[in-house]
Design a protein around this ligand. Structure first.
Ligand code: PNS
Length: 169
């Protein structure tokens, strides 16, 4: 029997809410860029949930951080992630897993995406240990109450979050 394998994938999507992008996200995007020729960061436009930042603001912050990297593109998307992946010619979705607690949610999403689009593979990457506890939610909370977000948020992002909370630092 001969096994026929598809061509290796050159493009990966790193999807998320990125409200806002954290050092944990940056870590995963950089890791994806080491593995794939082209990385498309997909910023979800969530019509049900309004975040701290608009989709345009979230896209803008990610774009600023990776402006020097032509292999990393940033775009917002609505609707199904797998449709976005198809539109962008990506056969891989990359997600970061921090702790076991992330696994169940990620497993559900990955299997649902596989059911919807068997040609789109999900892979999980681990962040650096020091980024394993970072989440956008906690980063916003730290910022809101004047805590130090060094090592948690890129400085320009921390500045924007502080501005949203009335410039308190
Ligand atoms: O950063 P997040 O909020 O954990 O990212 C979640 C995201 C954007 C990856 C997920 O909500 C998503 O893919 N939404 C698009 C809708 C979709 O495709 N749903 C079906 C598969 S679960």
């Amino acid at each position: 029997m001969r096994v026929h394998l598809p061509e290796p994938e050159a493009t990966a999507i790193v999807p998320g809410s990125f409200d806002p992008i954290t050092n944990g996200h940056v870590d995963i995007i950089e890791r994806a860029a080491r593995l794939f020729d082209r990385v498309v960061v997909g910023v979800l436009v969530n019509i049900e949930k309004s975040g701290l930042f608009t989709a345009e603001e979230r896209v803008g912050m990610v774009q600023e951080l990776f402006a020097h990297e032509p292999r990393i593109e940033v775009a917002s998307f609505e609707g199904l992630l797998v449709d976005f992946a198809h539109r962008r010619g990506a056969g891989v979705v990359v997600r970061g897993i921090r702790a076991v607690s992330d696994y169940e949610y990620e497993l559900q999403m990955a299997l649902m995406n596989r059911r919807l689009a068997p040609d789109v593979e999900t892979i999980f990457l681990l962040p650096k240990e020091e980024n394993s506890f970072i989440s956008s939610r906690l980063a916003k909370e730290v910022c809101r109450f004047g805590g130090d977000t060094g090592g948690i948020l890129p400085p320009a992002v921390a500045e924007r979050v502080k501005q949203k909370f009335g410039g308190r630092s």
